[in-house]
Design a protein around this ligand. Structure first.
Ligand SMILES: Cc1cc2nc3c(=O)[nH]c(=O)nc-3n(C[C@H](O)[C@H](O)[C@H](O)COP(=O)(O)OP(=O)(O)OC[C@H]3O[C@@H](n4cnc5c(N)ncnc54)[C@H](O)[C@@H]3O)c2cc1C
Length: 329
């Protein structure tokens, strides 16, 4: 492991100042991803700024929105009664991930910014990876690519984003609160992560040194129903092959509003806007669910081993919409 310094920040401004002081600094949440990557030599920060002392409150505002401090543990968010009552898809998504021990350590900020689980990215000694070493090439594209992307990939990278929580936040229209050297800003969660394009080594639109301080969840319509379904190889301790986060609001058998996001299919949590457009205002029927899923997956491009994900994603969308509307799918 490359030598590094360690400092614990008392608050967000101090964290940003500490990170600014060293060019190759990284923020440290629970360390359940970053420390693994440091042990493998994939991440080599010169300084770690521990941000577990930042806000971990989960606060409901007067307008019904909820603000979650970035240092809140995954366990605390999933167990919070407000989250469970009003944002059940978020609690389900968190509980579908990792193990209870890891969720106890993992923070909201770290979960969202965890790096891909592409096996070629982790194989520092034997495989080429443009995300790990820009310009090196990608052994996943013609390799064993069962877990890789079917949407939005590029000629340089077919990795997927691994976070379950992030898929729920994409469907929820969450807002990210960020602090950097230039001050504070907010951005829509769906704009936080990038598609790989020509720069797969860059996961997000955050500037170097920018710190996530909180996640804001807009108030949920009391009529909306929501869930998260994860399809994976094992019932626990496995990343999603495909997952669906869905929020549906119906009115007399018609879909008044719907928000859908997919996991396990792209370099970022994939907001299924084509399916949403196809569904809004339409009767909640199995045929319409299937047509919406077809519309979303129309641009999917399979690799050698992951063509099954296209039909899996279609069926997962249809099943989840059926569950939330009570329509046999
Ligand atoms: C065996 C195993 C199984 C797993 N299974 C799943 C799964 O099924 N689903 C799933 O979603 N996840 C899974 N995970 C991943 C786990 O959820 C993540 O490791 C965890 O959420 C990361 O949180 P952390 O606080 O430990 O992040 P860290 O490891 O501390 O940090 C991760 C990244 O976020 C950055 N960071 C941390 N906090 C901030 C901040 N506030 N602002 C800016 N940058 C920040 C760090 O610099 C680093 O780059 C699994 C992990 C393991 C080890």
């Amino acid at each position: 492991m490359t030598p590094f310094t360690y400092a614990r920040a008392a608050d967000a401004p101090a964290a940003v100042r500490l990170a600014e002081a060293t060019a190759a600094a990284k923020y440290l949440g629970g360390g359940t991803n970053l420390v693994d990557l440091m042990r493998e030599g994939i991440e080599r920060p010169a300084a770690l700024v521990d941000v577990t002392g930042l806000s971990r409150t989960i606060e409901t505002r007067g307008d019904g929105s909820v603000v979650i401090g970035a240092a809140a543990s995954n366990t605390a968010v999933a167990a919070d009664m407000t989250i469970r009552a009003h944002y059940p898809l978020l609690a389900r998504a968190i509980l579908a991930g990792a193990s209870s021990q890891i969720r106890n350590m993992a923070t909201v900020g770290g979960n969202i910014l965890q790096r891909t689980r592409c096996t070629y990215f982790y194989d520092d000694t034997g495989s080429r990876c443009n995300k790990r070493n820009p310009g090196q090439g990608c052994d996943a594209i013609h390799g064993f690519n069962r877990i890789h992307a079917i949407l939005g990939s590029s000629a340089l990278c077919v990795a997927t984003h691994p976070s379950d929580m992030a898929v729920a936040l994409a469907a929820l229209d969450a807002v990210v609160h960020v602090r950097g050297a230039g001050g504070e800003r907010t951005l829509p969660f769906v704009d936080l992560h990038r598609l790989p394009e020509a720069h797969p080594e860059i996961d997000t639109v955050l500037a170097p040194g920018e710190l996530i301080t909180a996640i804001e969840l807009p108030a949920m319509s009391p009529a909306a129903r929501s869930t998260y379904r994860k399809v994976r190889d094992r019932a626990s301790y496995a990343f999603a092959l495909v997952s669906v986060a869905a929020i549906v609001d119906t009115d007399g058998g018609a879909i008044r509003d719907v928000r859908l996001a997919l996991g396990g299919v792209a370099h970022k949590p994939w907001r299924a806007t084509k399916a949403e457009t196809a569904l809004r205002g339409q009767p909640a029927t199995a045929a319409n669910f299937r047509a919406a899923a077809e519309a979303e997956l129309a641009d999917a491009v399979p690799l050698r081993d992951n063509g099954f994900k296209i039909e899996l994603a279609r069926r997962a969308i249809v099943a989840v919409l059926g569950e939330l509307t009570g329509v046999a799918a």
